[in-house]
Design a binder for this molecule. Structure first.
Ligand SMILES: O=C(CO)[C@H](O)[C@H](O)COP(=O)(O)O
Length: 288
């Protein structure tokens, strides 16, 4: 039976909504031209907040706000709010997105994220990396010291023809039981992404951070213990993998400071808390 109306669920939804409004208040302006919109249940509140902001602060005359979706569902959310979508590949090549708002499945204390619970990780990473800044919105359940604490597995997008060999290689990397994601009605088969690819969910031991490695921990995969960056790169090397749902490395501001286009990590994560407050983790405050 669904727990859609349980008090816990109400608390979670209220936390997401509050975090979304604060993130939009801090990072959205009506004169922005290209804005990325992620996927999932939390970003729906982000779009609601953007719509409210535009109503209260209309854009300059003849100015267009374009919203770049990260998949079919995200495009629907944009359209239903009466906002104007633009496909990622229609954004002019000399333009950056001013900001991208998106959710996450889990966030660690370095702001590394697991994404892809909703199977949209490939386009979410494209959009994050084309944005001056990725701003993440989440509720208190997602806030953990290390990745794979509460969230059980890493979503990986794979070419259908390669799924069996990718499963095999993931086991060789120490994932005890990687699984092809299927529809809840199993007879309809594996779920397909917006690229018509499959998703594999691969559990691993709780991941180390880059600070752990700096402090001497071994994240090379020996005994099945990995750090976020080493594992993400190793999985991405597997033939047939399109993208891995670990967002790590530089964020947009850090990337631009060294002459790169953009980064995978958020510049800030807005967590809605159980008590109705908001906790903001900013990259400036992360111990390096
Ligand atoms: O990565 C994602 C989709 O692929 C989502 O951002 C992530 O799964 C969070 O979703 P929700 O806001 O529903 O908890």
């Amino acid at each position: 039976m669904s727990d859609q109306k349980s008090p816990d669920n109400d608390k979670i939804e209220a936390a997401k909504r509050k975090a979304a409004y604060r993130a939009v208040e801090d990072h959205f302006r009506s004169d922005m031209q290209f804005v990325g919109i992620g996927s999932g249940s939390t970003i729906v509140y982000g779009v609601e907040a953007i719509k409210a902001h535009l109503k209260a602060h209309p854009p300059p005359e003849r100015h267009m706000n374009w919203f770049v979706p990260t998949g079919w569902a995200s495009r629907k959310v944009i359209e239903q709010a009466g906002l104007t979508p633009i496909a990622f590949d229609s954004v002019p090549s000399d333009a950056m997105l001013e900001v991208a708002f998106d959710g996450a499945d889990e966030v660690d204390e370095e702001l590394n994220c697991i994404k892809g619970g909703g199977a949209c990780l490939f386009q979410e990473k494209l959009v994050a990396c084309r944005s001056k800044k990725f701003v993440c919105i989440a509720d208190y359940r997602k806030n953990q010291k290390r990745l794979l604490t509460n969230w059980p597995s890493i979503p990986i997008e794979v070419a259908p023809i390669a799924h069996a060999s990718v499963l095999r290689e993931l086991k060789m990397l120490g994932s005890p039981d990687p699984k092809l994601r299927e529809h809840s009605l199993a007879k309809t088969g594996p779920i397909q992404t917006d690229q018509s690819f499959y998703i594999i969910d691969a559990p691993f031991k709780t991941l180390l951070s880059s600070l752990d490695v700096k402090n001497g921990a071994d994240g090379s995969g020996k005994d099945g213990v990995w750090d976020v960056e080493t594992l993400a790169k190793r999985i991405k090397e597997i033939n047939g993998v399109l993208e891995v749902g670990l967002f790590y490395g530089l964020n947009g501001k850090e990337a631009q400071a060294v002459g790169l286009q953009g980064g995978q990590k958020p510049v800030a994560v807005y967590f809605g808390l159980e008590n109705g407050e908001i906790s903001v983790k900013r990259y400036e405050d992360v111990e390096k």
